[in-house]
Structure formats: C-alpha cells, structure tokens
Ligand binder design. Structure first.
Ligand code: GLN
Length: 194
C-alpha cells in the first residue's frame, strides 16, 4: 500500500500540513484532481472557507470521489475541513460530505477578530503537557452518536473528534510546532508509525 498522504489543495491552509508531514518524515501530495487521490493512503481536508471549498468540490466533480475515498481510507478534517466532513451544517451553502455523524456550526467561536489560542488536554497520547490549539473562526462540533469519540474539549464543547481512523478538528494543528495531533491521526494507520 502507498504511504503517501494527500492534502486537498482546492483552497485554504494546505501548505502547512505538507510542512508538518514532511517534518514527520511522511511523504505527501497536493490533491486537486480525482486521479491524484489514487495513490494516497489517507487525506487531510484543510482549513479555509467551507462555502468556497464546497463549491469547488462540486465544480471539480470531487463530491462522490471524496465520499468513496473516506469509506476506505482515513480522513482528517481541520476547521473548514471538519465542517465538510460533517453530516449536517448550519449553512445551506455547504454541501457536507457526511463522512462522520457530526453536526457543524460555522463560526461558533466568533469571527476573525475572535480567533484565539487555548490549552487543551488531548486524550490521544500519554503526555500530560497541555496542547496549545489555535482557533480561527472555528466551528462548533457535536455528535450524539456513540461511535464518535471526543479527544479534546474546550469549555466543555468537543473540538477534536474521532470515528475509527477519521478525525475532525475545530482548531488548526498545522499552525504550531507541536505535531501531536498529526501523530495521533497517523499512528492509526501509517506504516511509519506502527
Ligand atoms: N469559518 C470558516 C468556515 O466556516 C472556517 C475557518 C477555518 O477553516 N479556519 O468555513
């Protein structure tokens, strides 16, 4: 199996994921066309603007292809990417991919001016140290399905959720030097982390 991780590069903050993966010794490739997914073992849907990304997914005929990919392979959605992974979104301009049974509320933590950092306690590693998470016009995430696990919360609201090998995050793990979130996701499947 290929061990190349795809990073959806239609719009938004995809470059920093490439850098973080490279720092972890993981090969990645930018994905803009369906055929570029063929040799990917997993996919990151980055942060950005979910309404725009949703339009581009339709325009490039990627909707069904991304859903089929997620049935077989792990996906991590960051911020706008988490919104796209949801089952339902509070904005009809976004056509969610329904990869995880979660609800996303856009801009739940305020707009650009209220972007902030907060220390989180991650439930996916043995380290006790706080994880400094960066929230930028971050979505609220919710699920009442038992197959969805909460890996971190902020103000008693889930901000990092996992279902099998999929993960959805309200914050941006690529905007820090702390690679624990990427490692947490990759350790579920990537040959270099087994
Ligand atoms: N607020 C943006 C949206 O709804 C997401 C912001 C982000 O990805 N940092 O699409």
């Amino acid at each position: 199996m290929s061990d190349v991780v795809g990073v959806l590069a239609l719009q938004g903050a995809y470059e920093k994921h490439v850098e973080m993966l490279s720092g972890l010794g993981v090969e990645s490739r930018l994905v803009r066309f369906a055929r570029e997914l063929d040799d990917c073992c997993a996919l990151i849907i980055p942060g950005g603007e979910s309404t725009t990304m949703s339009l581009l997914i339709q325009k490039f005929n990627l909707y069904d292809i991304l859903r089929e990919f997620a049935e077989k392979k792990p996906v991590m959605g960051v911020c706008a990417g988490a919104i796209l992974m949801a089952e339902t979104v509070d904005d009809s301009r976004v056509i969610p991919l329904k990869i995880m049974p979660i609800t996303a509320l856009r801009n739940n933590y305020g707009r650009q001016v209220s972007s902030f950092s907060a220390n989180l306690n991650l439930k996916c590693d043995d380290e006790d140290s706080a994880y400094a998470a960066h929230f930028i016009r971050a979505p609220g995430l919710a699920s009442n399905n038992d197959i969805v696990e909460e890996l971190a919360s902020y103000n008693n609201e889930p901000v990092m959720m996992r279902m099998g090998l999929h993960m959805a995050l309200s914050f941006h793990p690529e905007l820090t030097n702390d690679d624990r979130v990427h490692v947490c996701w990759l350790s579920g499947f990537h040959p270099s982390f087994q």
